[in-house]
Design a protein around this ligand. Structure first.
Ligand SMILES: [Cu+2]
Length: 507
């Protein structure tokens, strides 16, 4: 029995062949599969807008397209000014920006600016619906310093499927301080975006989305890795010292990124911007919605795979349903390759490494005026079986026992207040918790300070099963008693199923 590349593409799994028939597993050596990573990594176009009356203006269209992920079968997709995904939008701190977003789809959608401090009515959340054929204007000032943000659909109950089909893109903010750091910053040369997404395909090449109870409960996980929309991607390094801005743009999959030789790399940024100093890492966990920026050194001529390695098993979780589920998830988590990095064009070794970056904003614990508590749960204990007991349609996923209600405001925050938000996870799986409008700092995870790689500004934090994470943040610049911001799980199927709430900032 042999398996060729075409057959493999039809049945390829991210489980390192774990989900293929047992007889097939041994026939495809990992090294052989590595050799299939030959598709040049796509780089989205860089879009800096046009200066009109002092504002930086972008015209964006949500549109249908056809993509060629698999080589021999077209895939219907959606994108922003493109067939799939959208351009990298690049703005400067202090800019007045204006986005004119036209919906050319046949269903309503939204475009949310993830990670931005902005007026709630400009946020592009579930309240700023763009009807088919209509154009929505979003205007605001860029107040934050240099960071890597992103934008994506936030359509109520439809975020998962719309992002899955391609409604997402990156959003860079530059500032003066970061320009003086001499970091690699030439887009597509030594400053490279990596949007990580896992997708499933039907035989005809179309995307397969959330067709099972498992997909809806655990979140939609695909069997083929896309990087910037490229399957089996190969990145050709041009400079020895390369900066990757990595977005976990997946609906549900959590990555534990490493290079196959476990080389050291430098993490320089979290979701909300640069760290105080680069942090030496050999692997990094990135959950849906999170971003990191890293510097990697490639020696002339070498080739190395960026891959996922199984997530560390966490102590706790206990027995019963919790233990059973976390055990099942761990058993399903296998290593798999993500992208080959080739340095055949690199001729000289890296010269410079930054030692100091930018001190990220922080708040003292005693500055906080109140603590709010949020408990993430999945409606456990309502039955015995996996299908029976969890998910439960839209009712099972909740925060503080309440499923999202677009008419209900869950929290009112006075403008300017510094608050501690304590997020507890009493469900059997990890959830990435995201808050709109703010960048926060993590104070502690289960009473322990976060690791060096998490000691920066963030807007999304992975809260593991059984864990309690405390965050501190300040709600600045914009108050509107009528227009809410969202907080939610960034596993998009969980968000769509109700693991989301709303807060307003009031003056
Ligand atoms: Cu979740």
């Amino acid at each position: 029995m042999t398996i060729d590349r075409r057959q493999f593409l039809q049945s390829v799994t991210l489980g390192g062949f774990g989900l293929l028939a047992p007889g097939v597993q041994q026939l495809v050596a990992a090294a052989e599969m590595d050799s299939w990573f030959q598709n040049p990594l796509a780089l989205p176009p860089l879009e800096e807008g046009r200066l009109i009356d002092g504002a930086r203006r972008f015209d964006l269209a949500l549109q249908y397209g056809v993509s060629n992920f698999l080589g021999d079968r077209p895939t219907p997709t959606v994108g922003i000014n493109a067939n799939y995904l959208g351009p990298v939008l690049r703005v400067q701190q202090g800019d007045d920006v204006m986005f004119r977003v036209t919906n050319r789809l046949s269903e309503p959608s939204t475009l949310h600016w993830h990670g931005l401090n902005l007026p709630a009515v400009m946020d592009g959340g579930p309240h700023q619906v763009i009807a088919p054929g209509k154009t929505w204007s979003s205007e605001y000032k860029i107040r934050q310093g240099a960071c890597t943000q992103w934008y994506h659909s936030h359509m109520y109950h439809r975020t998962g499927i719309q992002v899955y089909f391609g409604l997402a893109g990156l959003f860079y903010i530059d500032d003066k301080d970061s320009k003086n750091l001499n970091l690699p910053s030439q887009y597509s040369v030594d400053d490279i975006p990596l949007v990580l997404q896992d997708r499933s395909f039907n035989q005809d090449g179309s995307l397969r989305y959330a067709s099972s109870m498992h997909d809806r409960m655990m979140g939609m996980m695909g069997q083929t890795m896309l990087v910037n929309g490229t399957a089996f991607a190969r990145f050709e390094a041009q400079k020895s010292l390369t900066r990757f801005r990595i977005l976990n743009g997946s609906n549900a999959r959590i990555y534990n990124l490493e290079f196959e030789d476990q080389r050291e790399f430098l993490q320089i940024a979290t979701d909300g911007g640069l760290l105080a100093q680069p942090v030496k890492m050999r692997s990094s966990i990135l959950s849906p919605g999170e971003r990191i920026e890293i510097l990697v050194e490639f020696a002339p001529g070498e080739s190395v795979m960026l891959r996922h390695k199984p997530l560390p098993r966490r102590p706790g979780g206990g027995g019963g349903m919790m233990g059973m589920m976390s055990g099942m998830m761990a058993a399903n988590d296998r290593p798999f390759p993500i992208m080959r990095c080739d340095a055949s064009r690199v001729t000289s070794a890296a010269q410079r490494f930054p030692t100091q970056l930018i001190k990220p904003r922080n708040w003292a614990y005693n500055e906080a005026v109140r603590t709010r508590r949020f408990n993430l749960n999945m409606g456990m204990g309502m039955g015995m079986g996996m299908g029976m007991g969890m998910g439960m349609g839209r009712g099972g996923f909740s925060i503080n026992g309440k499923s999202m209600d677009i008419k209900r405001i869950d929290a009112r925050v006075p403008l300017g207040d510094i608050e501690v938000w304590e997020i507890s996870n009493t469900s059997p799986m990890a959830h990435p918790f995201h808050i709109h409008d703010v960048q926060f700092r993590i104070i502690e995870r289960d009473g322990r300070p976060p690791g060096a790689s998490e000691q920066g500004l963030k807007d999304t934090v992975l809260v593991n099963s059984g864990e309690r994470v405390r965050l501190i943040m300040q709600f600045e610049n914009y108050a509107d008693a009528k227009a809410p911001y969202m907080f939610h799980c960034h596993i998009l199927e969980h968000e769509d199923a109700g693991m989301m709430g709303q807060f307003v900032v009031v003056s």
